[in-house]
Design a protein around this ligand. Structure first.
Ligand SMILES: Nc1ncnc2c1ncn2[C@@H]1O[C@H](COP(=O)(O)OP(=O)(O)O)[C@@H](O)[C@H]1O
Ligand SMILES: [Mg+2]
Length: 445
């Protein structure tokens, strides 16, 4: 029995064992599954973490800002660049309307962009976002986000900060445009001022001779009436005594002695007008005709006479001049140059207690020269480079056209000579003119 029991026992035993084995096998399998699953999860976790850090590093490296909003423009998500730019954490931004990020004109433009995005693309819109340290200009691109039914569910805004360089470039561009405009205005103003100075100068110059021509003609008109009256009496066969009386009462002797100087003065005035007109013409055209020999000293004396006669103050003139000095060219033009130099010197000494001019001239093998030195204030260093510029003058309107030296320079240059102005070591200005010597007349003696 015991043996049978034993037998039965062993059979029962083996059935139980089998059950255990299968349970253990199942457990093993389950465990193996679990391990495999665990490994898989860990692998997936790693991949996810890697993807996360990859995405994070990409995001961190992005200098462009990224803002995701809902369809009404309320912020849902921003990237780190945006947090850094605004100095605000995502948590304080979520739910805010996007336009709250800007102010003023930029705010209006952003609202407009968010409106337009429903119908068109918005690209490169320049908008200032309120940054941590003041407004930051961004070039914004906006893209709409649609759901599977094609309804607008949100907006993605990408913004590129306009770098310092770009900003500087924009500012430079603007400054350049402004400068160009200012320069054009300046040139225009200068032209008008030059024209004004020229017209004022010419008007002043012409006024003087014209007014004395006018005055002389008035006198001549009065005198003519008296002469007509006298000749009528002669014609009527009046007696000698009657004629004498009328002649006396009309003061005809004075009339007759005045006639010459009246006519002469009138001619002189007309000449002066013609000279001024010629000066102007010379300025606009350089007529070139044959050059002829002439005496520079004669030209100097006549110019000096003209200026000293007109001068308001008495000027002491020292001359160290040879008897004659043969030069070659257009004596009329050189006369104009010399008049100009002496006139400038006379103008310069006008307010001196003892106005003085010194004229000297001479010749070398190559050229003849003339120097005009005055005891005026001289030329300020900053003006020296501009003396020969047309319209450069330091004289009040009506007294200077600023054309004298520039015209003179042109004339002298055309003659193959030189004209320089500097300050004399002893004070005052020194003008020096040189002209090519006239060889032929030298040979002729
Ligand atoms: N002898 C001088 N002394 C001082 N300044 C002078 C002299 N000569 C010329 N200048 C300067 O040069 C400027 C230009 O002279 P100019 O061309 O003759 O024009 P303007 O006499 O009509 O002013 C003068 O306004 C003056 O400032
Ligand atoms: Mg002058």
């Amino acid at each position: 029995m015991a043996a049978q029991n034993l037998h039965t026992d062993s059979r029962e035993h083996s059935a139980t064992d089998e059950a255990w084995v299968s349970v253990i096998r199942k457990m093993d399998e389950a465990y193996a599954d679990l391990v495999r699953y665990q490994v898989q999860v860990e692998e997936q976790n790693d991949a996810l973490a890697e993807a996360h850090s990859f995405f994070d590093s990409v995001q961190a490296a992005m200098s462009d800002v990224l803002i995701a909003c809902d369809h009404e423009g309320r912020i849902q998500q921003v990237n780190r660049a945006f947090e850094e730019l605004t100095g605000r954490a995502l948590s304080s931004l979520v739910g805010q309307p996007m336009e709250s990020l800007c102010s003023g004109e930029s705010r209006e433009r952003l609202v407009d962009c968010l409106q337009r995005i429903r119908t068109e693309d918005v690209r490169d819109e320049q908008i200032d976002i309120e940054g941590a340290d003041g407004p930051v200009p961004l070039a914004l691109n906006c893209s709409p986000r649609f759901n599977h039914r094609g309804r607008l569910v949100g907006i993605v805004v990408a913004g590129r900060p306009l770098g310092e360089l770009q900003r500087a470039f924009n500012e430079l561009n603007q400054a350049h445009a402004e400068l160009k405009l200012a320069q054009e205005r300046l040139i225009q103003a200068e032209k008008m001022a030059s024209l004004g100075r020229l017209v004022a100068g010419v008007a002043h110059e012409l006024n003087n001779p014209i007014s004395f021509v006018y005055g002389n003609m008035h006198a001549l008109q009065r005198y003519t009436r008296r002469l007509v009256e006298y000749f009528d009496l002669v014609q009527s066969g009046a007696s000698r005594e009657e004629l004498r009386r009328l002649r006396e009462s009309l003061r005809l002797d004075r009339v007759i002695s005045d006639l010459d100087s009246l006519v002469e003065g009138t001619m002189e005035g007309a000449d002066r007008v013609r000279e001024i007109v010629n000066d102007l013409r010379q300025f606009s055209s350089t007529q070139s005709s044959e050059k002829v020999p002439f005496d520079l000293i004669h030209v100097v004396r006549s110019a000096l006479h003209w200026i000293i006669k007109e001068s308001r103050v008495v000027i002491d003139v020292q001359e160290v001049l040879p008897e004659r000095l043969e030069a070659e060219g257009h004596s009329g033009q050189i006369h104009q140059v010399v008049v100009n130099l002496i006139q400038n010197a006379a103008d310069a000494v006008m307010d001196q207690p003892q106005p003085r001019l010194a004229l000297s001239a001479g010749e070398t093998a190559e050229m003849v020269w003339l120097e005009v030195v005055d005891n005026g204030p001289g030329v300020a260093a900053e003006n020296l480079p501009h003396l020969f510029d047309p319209f450069f003058t330091t004289k009040p309107t009506g007294q200077g056209t600023g054309l004298g030296l520039s015209i003179s320079y042109g004339i002298v240059n055309e003659h193959g000579g030189t004209l320089t102005i500097d300050n004399h070591p002893d004070g005052g200005a020194r003008a020096r003119l040189t002209l090519p010597v006239n060889r032929e007349s030298k040979i002729d003696g």
